[in-house]
Unconditional design. Structure first.
Length: 599
């Protein structure tokens, strides 16, 4: 962005246009997007690549999207790749790898390649095209030169007649409707496009334009209220992290039938359902997602693990620091909504408790450390199966929990003088931009803020599977885990089940539960307990007829064969990980709570 601003100043001084000047740098790749039949879910792409005088050019499509750590093989939705040279002369184009093509240039200065992309996956990293609108992401749409010399990528959109609006964080090309210029491929991949007739609500914070963009079906969505609340979240973010560095920001929200969010440098893409602003809990959950993705503008898009940039778009990029990038961000997501005055303290503690409970009730916490969960995200976090709870953790939940403990640790070590906010601002000042941090550098910034060496603490919480110690945090803020009444605990098999069209089927068998010890399997259909039929919705009620310690005979169908499995029931654990303010919290503890959460 600084580079573009500099060009603009220089161009003004020389009475040239920025494109005149930029033309003297590496030549751009120019894309035109067309939607001749959007109801068939296709976007047609025409791309012109400078040949650089080479007899052949190699083209590449990214196989993953930064922020979503799974190889997704976007090229599987590409078809009809053809190449032409000057005057429309056909050129040879062959596929050389799953995501690569080699094009003969015939000695020409440029080659033009056309292809179609099928887009009908409503997720934040893929594409959706339908009659009324399109949502396009960079990685699954734009084939680029495999030679990654930084060069501008220009996108012109030939909009269907009924579509009036295009929204993206990319800067527009002056004088051309629906035309945008990315300074390089990374920026193009980092800038989703929303096309159609979006509802846009704009507001300024510190003189910078912010745009809430709603596409899909926003007819029941309270856009004004959402924009007002997002503005408060932005202000809470600035109060926490200091000034933002983006030139403008787009909150792109698809109002559809699914959820999810993905961060970008000057925008984010989220999804929510049409009713989300109409009831409180879904709304504050969505605002927490908004705050999470927005907080990423500081944490990961600028302050980042050293391994996450420059990206290799053709293979896995491993890092041990996603507990910072995602976990710390998750901690601040809910916290900013509280600091913005939108949620109450009990509502905030409920959200934090959800993270803690998810960590503490997952058997995999004794198997996988926070750092290894990050490193193996490509094969575990994004590829969960029925055994995942037994063998892995979620670095969002554990990272957020560690951030909470770290925040309290810094506050206690400095007698309330400093907090994780100060530590994050220090890390941001030191490592944001092109630099990136190593795990040791990040931890040193935390220790420096705390005024004490936290390396042993970090080694324990990040590299081991030891249980976390909540005592310091609870004591500092005057919190406790709400007591569980043992008389309220029911008998349980410990199974996780699902109602599969009226059949009661086992979805998960968690370690250290009665079912796990007795040999019930995932996908067993539970038919009866002690010779009495159990309906798909009847297991909880049936368990109320028993006490922990009793042995029941469970009739299951396993791959269609009936068998009886004796299970000695245990006691439900209840919910021992729900935070609340201690009824007898001292004045000092209450003051610390206020310093942490705001009034
Ligand atoms: Zn995130």
């Amino acid at each position: 962005m600084r580079h573009r601003a500099y060009l603009a100043v220089l161009a003004a001084a020389l009475s040239m246009t920025t494109s005149d000047l930029a033309a003297q740098g590496p030549e751009p790749i120019r894309y035109t997007l067309r939607f001749p039949a959007p109801h068939t879910h296709y976007v047609e792409v025409e791309a012109t690549y400078p040949s650089g005088g080479r007899p052949q050019v190699d083209l590449m499509m990214a196989v993953w999207t930064p922020g979503s750590y799974l190889i997704r093989e976007y090229e599987r939705h590409v078809e009809g790749v053809t190449a032409t040279g000057a005057g429309g002369r056909a050129l040879g184009a062959v596929k050389t790898a799953k995501n690569r093509w080699r094009v003969d240039t015939g000695g020409g200065a440029a080659v033009t390649v056309t292809y179609r992309v099928y887009g009908r996956e409503m997720t934040v990293r893929n594409n959706w095209v339908e009659a009324g609108f399109a949502m396009l992401n960079g990685a699954p749409t734009f084939i680029t030169l495999a030679d990654r010399t930084p060069r501008p990528h220009e996108v012109r959109i030939d909009m269907p007649a009924a579509w009036k609006g295009s929204q993206t964080a990319l800067p527009p090309i002056p004088g051309q409707p629906h035309a945008y210029r990315a300074e390089d491929f990374d920026t193009l991949v980092d800038s989703p496009l929303v096309l159609g007739n979006p509802v846009v609500k704009s507001f300024d914070v510190a003189g910078t334009a912010h745009h809430l963009v709603l596409e899909g079906d926003p007819s029941l969505f309270d856009a004004d209220r959402a924009a007002a609340d997002i503005r408060r979240i932005v202000e809470a973010g600035v109060a926490t992290m200091g000034p933002f560095e983006y030139p403008h920001y787009h909150f792109l929200n698809m109002v559809v039938e699914t959820g999810g969010g993905l961060e970008h440098k000057n925008s984010f893409l989220t999804m929510s359902n049409r009713f989300v602003t109409r009831t409180r809990q879904p709304y504050i959950n969505w605002l927490s997602l908004v705050a999470h993705e927005y907080f990423h503008n500081w944490n990961i898009k600028r302050l980042r693990p050293v391994e996450l940039g420059p990206f290799d778009y053709e293979t896995e990029n491993h890092t041990k620091s996603l507990w910072v990038a995602e976990g710390v961000t998750d901690y601040y997501g809910a916290l900013l909504v509280r600091r913005a005055g939108i949620t109450t303290t009990p509502e905030y503690l409920d959200m934090l408790s959800n993270s803690i409970e998810a960590v503490q009730t997952r058997p995999g916490r004794r198997v996988q450390s926070a750092e290894m969960a990050s490193f193996d995200t490509w094969i575990k976090q994004y590829r969960p199966d029925e055994n995942s709870p037994n063998t892995s953790i979620d670095y969002y939940d554990k990272g957020a929990t560690i951030a909470f403990l770290l925040d309290a640790t810094i506050r206690k070590a400095t007698a309330g003088g400093k907090s994780l906010d100060d530590a994050m601002r220090l890390a941001y000042g030191r490592y944001s931009g092109a630099r990136g941090f190593t795990p040791v550098q990040f931890q040193q910034a935390m220790s420096e803020t705390a005024g004490t060496d936290l390396s042993a603490w970090f080694a324990q919480v990040l590299t081991t599977t030891d249980e976390l110690d909540f005592s310091t945090a609870l004591d500092w803020f005057g919190l406790r885990f709400a007591p569980v009444d043992p008389r309220a605990l029911r008998a349980t098999t410990g199974l996780v089940t699902r109602n599969d069209s009226g059949r009661l089927v086992v979805s998960q068998v968690r370690r250290h539960t009665p079912a796990y010890d007795s040999g019930i399997n995932v996908d067993d259909e539970i038919l009866a307990i002690d010779d009495l039929r159990v309906r798909a919705d009847g297991l909880t009620a049936r368990m109320e007829q028993y006490r922990a310690g009793e042995t029941v005979r469970v009739l299951v169908a396993r791959r269609d064969r009936l068998m009886i499995v004796p299970v000695t029931l245990g006691a439900e654990p209840g919910r021992p990980w729900r935070l609340q303010v201690k009824p007898d919290a001292t004045t000092e503890q209450q003051a610390r709570l206020t310093a942490w959460l705001g009034r």
